[in-house]
Design a protein around this ligand. Structure first.
Ligand SMILES: [Fe+2]
Length: 489
């Protein structure tokens, strides 16, 4: 070891030893990630031991809301009785789900060999393939449904006619191994429901969970390993509340939605708990050989989403990037606490820069901006958008078998039972809909320095500016006032 390096490490060690247990939020005995008990090799590390004070806070503000909301059950089921079944989804509405909603996250230009085989002549005969995209919902293959209820993997072939405007060229339904087009009439109508069902299942159980669980390690390690007076702790802390008990309840409670028991008035999925967690595994570990589902890697910038939804998200990310770079601009390269913090996290979060990498280029800024943006903007907008969809058009259960050419669509009123609607509506109210307790725009950062507080003020005014501009442009996907400060639903 060189003399300079050695001196630096000794100096750093002294600083580290200078801190007392009381300098840390939980006296250095705080929460920490561990292998997920249910699926240690397939799911993200989880934080199982959560301080009682966080549980009390969560029960008071969030757990109690779940209990109170259960009183709505009879109303939800009655609504299913009074207006049974599904409603028509026009071709335009169907396309708009992918153009203008969180479902646009499924649009990808990564068309692999299997996709080309699935669409056969529809793919081959299309002259300009440079504008072709695919919505790949093959992750649904692992679903094994209850008797009388059906699901199928599907794919949609899209042609981009102008920026972010698509036309649907065909729907491939794996169960029937056929491609459907609008002239297939009843079969086409049914194929659209299967796509929307697959998108709803994949949204809630495959792609949304990776906004939750891999980020829990950062939450726990920040609370336990950074001193309370450290500038990075003060920057992240307002975005940590409620999350660890929430995640614990979702992953481990016997009453969790993921247990999918028949008696649960809020369990809307078309199958029981067995196999349900396989979808979470697909989201985290990826699907081997399928370019649409890579394994989770901590992103330093948002993934490209081919829609206004993606652009709207990107604008907020840029605001976070500027804010974080403003706040952390005086942090010394090699700061021992950040070095340790990054090493701890990188051991639990694939792709997170380790202690040496984090100080290269602007990786610290990006890694922190990504965390703050993900747990606030990216997470809130998914819930707000999906939670406001018409659940009579985006089913989780379908009671007509997947289409074949020439098949008629069953009476729409019989495509679901009233309890299918009731359970879905309850899940929407309890879990899918945005229910913020603390908001991003109200975050208070405990910086004592005036210049740092003025940077916070600049950040908030930037957020307001994005909110106003996107509203005027007709691409505001959630009002700023509804964006939560942390993952809290
Ligand atoms: Fe969520």
């Amino acid at each position: 070891m060189g003399i300079l390096k050695k001196a630096k490490s000794l100096l750093s060690a002294d600083i580290y030893n200078d801190t007392k247990a009381s300098d840390y939020m939980y006296g250095r005995k705080g929460p920490w990630p561990q292998p997920c008990p249910v699926h240690p090799f397939g799911e993200s590390p989880a934080v199982i031991h959560v301080p009682w004070s966080e549980w009390a806070d969560w029960w008071l503000h969030i757990g109690s809301r779940y209990l109170l909301s259960l009183g709505y059950t009879p109303v939800a089921f009655l609504k299913g009785l009074l207006r049974p079944g599904l409603e028509k989804v026009s071709d335009q509405e169907f396309t708009e789900f992918f153009e203008r909603s969180m479902m646009s996250k499924f649009i990808t230009s990564k068309i692999d060999e299997e996709d080309k085989i699935n669409f056969g002549s529809y793919w081959e005969q299309w002259k300009d393939k440079s504008k072709l995209y695919i919505v790949d919902l093959s992750c649904i293959s692992v679903v094994k449904t209850f008797e009388g209820i059906y699901a199928s993997a599907t794919k949609v072939l899209l042609n981009e006619v102008s920026p972010y405007k698509y036309e649907v060229l065909g729907i491939y339904v794996k169960e029937s191994q056929e491609v459907f087009i609008p002239s297939d009439q009843g079969a086409w109508e049914l194929a659209k429901y299967y796509v929307l069902q697959g998108a709803a299942i994949a949204a809630t159980l495959v792609i949304h969970p990776v906004l939750h669980f891999p980020f829990d390690s950062i939450n726990a390690i920040t609370k336990t390993a950074l001193p309370k007076e450290h500038i990075l702790f003060k920057l992240i802390y307002p975005h940590l509340r409620f999350t660890l008990p929430l995640e614990n309840a979702v992953l481990n409670f016997k009453s969790s939605l993921l247990m999918s028991k028949a008696w649960m008035s809020y369990a809307p999925y078309p199958w029981g708990s067995e196999g349900l967690r396989d979808l979470l595994v697909e989201g985290y570990r990826g699907i081997r050989g399928n370019d649409s589902y890579p394994a989770f890697q901590y992103p330093l910038t948002p993934h490209k989403v081919h829609s206004h939804y993606g652009d709207w998200q990107d604008r907020y990310y840029k605001a976070f990037y500027l804010f974080v770079s403003d706040i952390l601009k005086d942090v010394e390269k090699g700061d021992i606490f950040i070095w340790r913090w990054a090493n701890y996290i990188s051991a639990h979060v694939p792709g997170f820069p380790n202690g040496d990498e984090i100080f290269k280029e602007d990786r610290l800024i990006k890694a922190v901006a990504m965390y703050l943006w993900n747990v606030s903007v990216a997470h809130s907008v998914d819930h707000y958008n999906y939670g406001n969809m018409d659940i009579r058009k985006v089913p989780l259960r379908i009671r007509q078998a997947p289409p074949h050419k020439g098949v008629d669509l069953m009476d729409r009123k019989k495509l679901t039972k009233f309890w299918d609607y009731g359970k879905y509506e309850m899940a929407r109210i309890l879990f899918f809909r945005a229910n913020e307790v603390t908001c991003l725009i109200d975050c208070q950062y405990d910086f004592q320095e005036e210049h740092l507080q003025s940077r916070v003020a600049q950040f908030k005014s930037h957020l307001h500016q994005i909110d106003i501009e996107t509203k005027e442009e007709g691409i505001q996907f959630i009002p700023l006032s509804k964006i939560a400060a942390s993952i809290q639903y």
